[in-house]
Design a binder for this molecule. Structure first.
Ligand SMILES: [Fe+2]
Length: 272
């Protein structure tokens, strides 16, 4: 057996109501002036977290959009500098984390993520934005979030459609890690455990949205799926989804749900 393995260099804080530990995590990183980046819909879901921060919350940039368009990301960088913020907290998934990484890349400010939509971005060094209709990406260890907080209580308000499509993206990352080029026996463990957690938690979360144990299973599977992306990378499934997303504006979870069975069938003989 031969393989290389580098652990994910980001702190994970997992558990029900762990979002209320945000202030402690900010203080631990020396933050005093916080900017929160999220979508408009997210603000009402995290009002208790914002209230808990009190006066250190200087700015709420609620303009996150799918695929992180360039003008949105650079607008956030400008606001961050204009308001003298010193730490960025991205809440949500790739759209919000894209803004956080754009800021960290240009200011070196620490980045905390509250992960409600695991996508790998919360633990990897890949940054990107939508320029025209093309997703331009880069890689810089500087943008790896310092801390990622996973709070299943923040996911109970997700409807069935969102739960399903986000879950299919996580499932696809785990499946893809089993045949990606740089996979290892360690990423295999995470992929298999992730698939177990997701296939157990997803149907229950859709039937009973407030089932916090099921929601925790889904979020744990999602966390592992993010590690799978970081450790094993992506392959044909995600390449196809990125092309569909960038060129045709198809949301990531939806394209994942449609492509996954075909990508599995295509790879079936090569990676049974
Ligand atoms: Fe994905």
């Amino acid at each position: 057996m031969q393989f290389d393995y580098t652990p994910v260099p980001s702190i994970a804080v997992f558990g029900e109501n762990s979002a209320l530990k945000l202030k402690d995590e900010i203080i631990a990183l020396g933050g005093k002036r916080v900017m929160i980046a999220c979508t408009k819909n997210m603000v009402s879901r995290i009002h208790h977290v914002i209230d808990h921060l009190g006066e250190i919350c200087i700015s709420i940039y609620d303009k996150a959009e799918p695929h992180c368009p360039k003008h949105i990301a650079l607008g956030a960088v400008e606001e961050f500098k204009a308001k003298n913020c010193d730490i960025i907290v991205a809440v949500g998934g790739g759209s919000s984390i894209g803004i956080g990484k754009a800021i960290t890349l240009r200011t070196s400010a620490p980045l905390i993520v509250i992960v409600t939509t695991p996508c790998g971005s919360e633990s990897n060094p890949i940054h990107g934005m939508l320029v025209g209709n093309k997703k331009k990406t880069g890689r810089d260890p500087k943008v790896i979030p310092n801390t990622s907080i996973y709070d299943p209580a923040l996911t109970t308000s997700m409807n069935a459609h969102l739960t399903g499509t986000i879950g299919m993206n996580s499932l696809a990352h785990c499946v893809e890690a089993l045949y990606a080029k740089v996979k290892s026996p360690v990423s295999d463990l995470m992929a298999i455990e992730g698939i177990k957690s997701l296939t157990s938690g997803l149907p229950k979360s859709i039937k009973r949205p407030n089932d916090i144990i099921a929601r925790a299973e889904v979020l744990f599977g999602g966390m592992l799926s993010g590690y799978c992306v970081t450790l094993a990378g992506i392959a044909i499934h995600h390449k196809l989804c990125h092309v569909l997303g960038g060129h045709h504006g198809i949301p990531h979870g939806e394209s994942n749900s449609v492509i996954l069975p075909y990508a599995i069938a295509y790879n079936e003989t090569a990676a049974p």
